[in-house]
Design a protein around this ligand. Structure first.
Ligand SMILES: Nc1nc2c(c(=O)[nH]1)N[C@H]1C(S)=C(S)[C@@H](COP(=O)(O)OP(=O)(O)OC[C@H]3O[C@@H](n4cnc5c(=O)[nH]c(N)nc54)[C@H](O)[C@@H]3O)O[C@H]1N2
Ligand SMILES: Nc1nc2c(c(=O)[nH]1)N[C@H]1C(S)=C(S)[C@@H](COP(=O)(O)OP(=O)(O)OC[C@H]3O[C@@H](n4cnc5c(=O)[nH]c(N)nc54)[C@H](O)[C@@H]3O)O[C@H]1N2
Ligand code: SF4
Ligand SMILES: [Mo]
Length: 704
């Protein structure tokens, strides 16, 4: 048995047996915030992990990992891995530490937490958990630490940084952020890749797109940047950022002109058609061309294709909703299959998250709270740390690197420098956030701990069996909280549940998709497909909306302060394009999408991946470079009222005029100038769920 209380996990063999050479093959899962949640196999020889490869038996992984995770073992064994607890010895931000024992670390933490709670109450603690691992036991997906924080009465943490606005938008229309099984794309005849770059941000879907293509499907990419995905598509629409809702209405306008709306489907399965129809009619292609910056003929041609191609699949991911009209964009795009009737055709519909809400038994355990507490929002870190009325006195960071990944970098660094803030960071590597920690705790990596994963981009539940014992004095997140609870003398029994008990509790959900999926089965088989048909049609029995129909008109949206009827809400950048004073000062819209060589800021320290990424670049169109007299390869400042960073200019027709692009995830300490893209990203909310606006900031660029 896996006795985590003893301090480390015993290796299990899953379904691979020890072979003649004495090697052990252990099945695990990639923990990163990527839709694919690959199944992997770790080869362990004499207690050492010597190989990690994609599981050839897994129908979605099909033996391949990616550029980043092919180097996972290199990361596990990297020289800069944090192996021991440490205490700060230099000023905050300097990253100077001394090694201490676990007992010393736990004692110092316990003393500080108790005195903060005595003086300011538990709400002065902010458990800031990020997406470093999506594990349901150790990470974002679940229980790690939450019970402990609730017993202490800490503030609640809302992890809304990634996909929230779009999920809410989709939910107004479909009742869920879930949708198509991406494997069904293989049956599509028209595939619209809308604000998504799968060849970088989750490439396993591509095999299904290729299957569809081999059977004659046409693939369109809608993106202000000609990404590597757009390069591979049959057609690329370089849309003006933040105008996608208008394009959705324009395409539907053409569908109506062609008389191709599915009237039976509309009558039988949707709500509010007459009102939505009027909205569509207000957006003829000529108007939409002006808004989106696309040619009217291009819009018409895609509209005609959409009118006459069944099934059409739309794949939209998070890039699309990282702006101030992003939730509304997903809401309106999700109306398209309601008009075309695509949901009734296998291979038709929209795919964002596969399963919109957690299938697992909820384990929020707010019942452990002695009294209600406030919620602090991940996207609003600087604001939260600056609050003087109800101050945050302890910031506890795990699975996150906010100095790199969260908006308004300069303010965050200033706030983290507060001497009266007690900051604890649980980490693998000396990140830019670690530099501000008072105490650093060494965390296990995926091949060293137990976890359970439910993918958000395919239909599988994955088990991650630990393959090797943790190096140095690293502990899993759950074990760290168990030890801290014991050190603090907390008596609530559920704080001491083992990882396997936690997994069993989570899987004891009565959701039908999880029927028959148990810990024992997962440990034997490594992964299990959700209990859904092979050709999964998510809304065959109706939509989980209040009306049971796809809602073009939503009372819930109205109650939340949005328009009743789905429509176009421009992004900040689109809305202010002609605003005097704004557009002249900061004429370019900065987009900061996924980098091919890191996963957010994870892998940002890997030497080979850093070499491949090269120096930080900002891409602008030749027209925008010429207007500023800038030459290719020259050093530039990218700035606005929020802040600035420096980069090398790359003149490229990959970005449309008016757009600048750089990638997310670089470490400040490895970047000339010591600031990165989030130095110019404002701490401002998207239209729904307080999502972040990473692709919606106005900037100017000048020679350095
Ligand atoms: N290699 C790698 N893979 C990753 C990540 C990574 O950092 N690196 N991050 C992971 C995470 S956390 C997530 S959430 C996913 C995100 O995966 P994606 O959704 O693919 O994320 P982005 O790269 O932010 O955005 C995708 C595309 O949307 C485009 N876009 C931006 N604004 C607009 C707009 O207004 N309209 C339209 N039509 N397009 C727009 C961008 O130019 C970009 O090419 O990827 C995951 N996978
Ligand atoms: N400019 C810009 N910024 C963005 C985005 C963008 O599109 N543009 N995208 C945003 C998105 S989608 C997301 S999801 C966020 C992500 O932002 P964060 O959630 O802060 O994710 P990362 O920056 O990858 O940092 C995760 C850290 O967790 C650590 N970690 C990994 N596994 C474990 C573990 O098991 N235990 C512990 N203790 N630590 C672990 C890793 O080493 C890493 O340093 O970034 C956002 N930031
Ligand atoms: S990052 Fe994504 S594509 Fe790469 S191994 Fe992990 S799940 Fe697979
Ligand atoms: Mo994300």
């Amino acid at each position: 048995m896996n006795d985590v209380r003893a301090g480390f996990n015993v290796i299990c063999r899953c379904r691979y047996d020890q072979d003649m050479t004495g090697e052990l093959q252990v099945i695990g899962a990639c923990p990163l915030d990527c839709p694919d949640t690959c199944s992997w196999v770790v080869t362990v020889r004499d207690g050492e992990a010597v190989r990690l490869r994609g599981n050839p038996d897994h129908p979605f992984t099909r033996g391949a990992l990616c550029v980043k995770v092919n180097r996972y073992l290199e990361q596990v064994k990297a020289a800069d891995r944090i192996l021991y607890p440490m205490r700060r010895v230099g000023p905050k931000g300097a990253g100077r530490f001394e090694r201490i024992t676990w007992d010393e670390a736990l004692e110092e933490i316990a003393t500080r937490l108790r005195s903060i709670i005595d003086e300011y109450g538990g709400e002065a603690i902010w458990p800031y958990q990020g997406t470093g691992t999506l594990g349901c036991i150790q990470g974002e997906g679940g229980v790690a630490g939450r019970r402990f924080w609730n017993v202490l009465g800490a503030s609640r943490h809302d992890l809304n940084i990634c996909s929230r606005a779009g999920r809410i938008g989709l939910t107004y229309t479909n009742g869920t952020g879930g949708g198509m099984d991406p494997e069904m794309l293989a049956s599509s005849k028209l595939i619209i890749l809308w604000g998504t770059n799968p060849l970088t941000s989750g490439h396993h879907i591509w095999k299904f797109i290729q299957e569809a293509r081999a059977a004659g499907a046409y693939v369109v990419a809608i993106d202000p940047i000609r990404t590597r995905t757009a390069d591979q598509a049959d057609e690329h629409l370089p849309i003006r950022p933040g105008t996608d809702g208008a394009l959705a209405l324009g395409l539907l306008h053409v569908v109506l002109e062609a008389g191709a709306e599915d009237r039976d489907y509309i009558a039988g399965h949707t709500l509010g058609w007459e009102e939505f129809r009027k909205e569509i009619l207000a957006y003829p292609p000529s108007r939409v061309a002006e808004i989106t910056g696309l040619d009217e003929e291009t819009i018409r041609a895609l509209g005609v294709r959409l009118a006459h191609t069944r099934p059409t699949a739309i794949r939209a991911t998070m890039g699309l909703q990282r702006h101030s009209g992003g939730g509304a964009a997903l809401r309106t795009i999700a109306c398209i299959p309601g008009v075309t009737g695509d949901w009734r055709h296998p291979g038709g519909g929209i795919s964002y998250l596969t399963v919109g809400d957690s299938l697992l038994k909820p384990d929020s355990r707010y019942d452990l709270l002695a009294k209600p507490v406030r919620t602090l929002t991940m996207t609003r870190l600087a604001e939260g740390l600056e609050d003087t009325e109800k101050p945050v006195k302890c910031l506890w960071v795990y699975g996150a690197n906010p100095v790199v990944s969260t908006s308004d970098q300069t303010r965050i660094r200033r706030a983290l420098s507060r001497e009266d803030l007690f900051t604890v960071v649980m980490e693998h590597f000396p990140t830019d956030t670690v530099d501000y920690a008072d105490i650093v705790l060494p965390a296990t990596m995926q091949i060293e701990h137990t976890d359970l994963h439910v993918a958000y981009g395919n239909m599988y539940v994955m088990w991650n069996e630990p393959a090797v014992p943790p190096p140095g004095e690293c502990l899993s997140t759950t074990e760290t909280f168990r030890r801290l609870a014991r050190h603090m003398g907390l008596t609530e029994p559920c704080l001491y549940d083992s990882d396997l008990e936690l997994a069993e509790q989570l899987l004891s959900s009565d959701h039908p998709y999880l029927a028959g999926i148990t810990v024992d089965r997962l440990r034997k088989e490594g992964w299990v497909r959700l209990n859904v048909p092979e050709r999964f049609m998510p809304f065959a029995d109706g939509f989980p909306t209040p009306s049971g129909r796809l809602e073009f008109v939503s009372e819930r949206a109205a109650a939340d302060g949005h328009s009743r009827v789905a429509g176009y809400v421009p992004s900040m950048a689109a809305r202010t394009a002609d605003t005097p004073g704004v557009a002249e000062k900061y004429p370019l819209t900065l987009i900061t999408p996924a980098s091919h060589t890191s996963l957010n800021s994870s892998f940002g320290n890997n030497p080979e991946l850093r070499r491949r990424a090269g120096e930080p670049k900002v891409l602008v169109n030749p027209a925008d470079a010429a207007a500023r007299g800038l030459t290719d390869g020259s050093p530039v400042r990218v700035y606005n009222d929020v802040g600035e960073f420096t980069a090398e200019l790359e003149i490229s027709d990959r970005v449309r005029p008016g757009v600048a692009a750089t990638t997310k995830g670089r470490w400040l300490k490895h970047t000339p100038g010591g600031a990165t893209a989030n130095a110019v990203v404002e701490e401002r909310d998207a239209d729904m769920g307080r999502g972040a606006v990473y692709h919606d900031n106005r900037v100017q660029i000048a020679a350095l």
